[in-house]
Design a protein around this ligand. Structure first.
Ligand code: ATR
Length: 281
């Protein structure tokens, strides 16, 4: 692995990502590549921060004058109460994945949903007036739901714990007044819906481990012009099977890069080199 510390000086600004676990994060590679390409005097590092240490970590980052912070699992919700200001979208979602420092104050944003939407659009999939089936009702699902719900024609949320799907569906319906419903996750229940769906989204962590598969979905039952979006950054069994069926597939790698593009815009107010970010991850 190539490390380039020769350019780090007393003036170099520091960014970081915090999470637990953090060893596999792609954020340092993605942003350091941008900084190099754009000639910006910053470095991006990763810190493993346990749940117990999150408030001390945030206080330290303020004291140490970090320029910006990316936040990942398990801190996206817990960190809200530790910040000075929360963007309204992030407040509604109840999760922050990007923190900016402005006038010594930390402000939190959520770029996951915007990143997911842009990942679809850059792959030629326009969510407007589409029927969406989303598996999962956790933090990622909420971020995606908040961004897609206003424009889609219908959203069906399937989840292992039905109550969580119902809570998310209620929240989105009351906010956006769209056709949004909740279902128990199960092979039969999903099979009944697949022929009428334009975009199938896996927002769960199933597939993160190589031996896990999203066994409830048979992509061959989807319409030929439909698309599968799996937020896992690696190629999952679901993605592979969907490709074998000739369907369009969007992976979490695209979502990761485009949420990063949006994070970069919050930090610097400018557009990063997207190709460089893709090459780095
Ligand atoms: P994130 O912030 O990454 O979305 P989360 O908020 O913990 O993480 O949500 C994880 C989602 O994946 C939930 O919808 C969870 O279902 P439950 O609400 O029933 O917990 C889902 N999930 C995680 N592991 C799963 C599994 N093995 N099978 C089915 N769903 C799973």
């Amino acid at each position: 692995m190539r490390s380039d510390f020769s350019r780090v000086s007393g003036k170099t600004g520091v960014f970081c990502v915090i999470g637990d676990p953090i060893e596999h994060t792609l954020s340092p590679a993605m942003y350091n590549a941008c900084f190099r390409e754009m000639g910006l005097d910053y470095v991006f590092v990763a810190f493993r921060v346990s749940r117990e240490s999150i408030s001390e970590a945030v206080a330290s980052m303020k004291a140490l004058d970090f320029f910006g912070i990316a936040v990942t699992i398990p801190h996206k919700a817990a960190i809200l109460s530790l910040l000075d200001e929360i963007d309204p979208v992030a407040a509604s979602i109840g999760a922050v994945n990007v923190i900016c420092k402005r006038d010594s104050k930390l402000k939190g944003f959520n770029t996951d949903g915007i990143g997911a939407r842009r990942a679809l659009i850059e792959n030629g999939i326009i969510p407007r007036r589409k029927k969406i089936l989303m598996i999962g009702a956790g933090g990622a699902a909420k971020a995606i739901g908040f961004v897609l719900a206003p424009e889609v024609s219908e959203l069906k949320i399937f989840n292992r714990t039905l109550g969580n799907a119902e809570a998310l569906a209620d929240l989105l319906r009351s906010r956006f007044h769209k056709r949004i419903s909740a279902f128990q996750l199960g092979t039969q229940q999903i099979a009944q819906q697949l022929s009428d769906i334009d975009i199938l989204i896996n927002s769960t962590s199933v597939g993160l481990q190589q031996d896990e598969t999203l066994k409830w979905v048979d992509p061959s039952a989807l319409k030929p012009d439909s698309c599968v979006f799996d937020i896992i950054t690696t190629e999952t069994e679901l993605s592979k099977e969907a490709r074998r069926c000739g369907l369009k597939v969007v992976t979490g790698l695209d979502m990761l890069v485009y949420q990063g593009v949006e994070a970069f815009r919050h930090w610097f107010g400018s557009q990063p080199p997207v190709n460089t970010m893709f090459e780095a991850v």
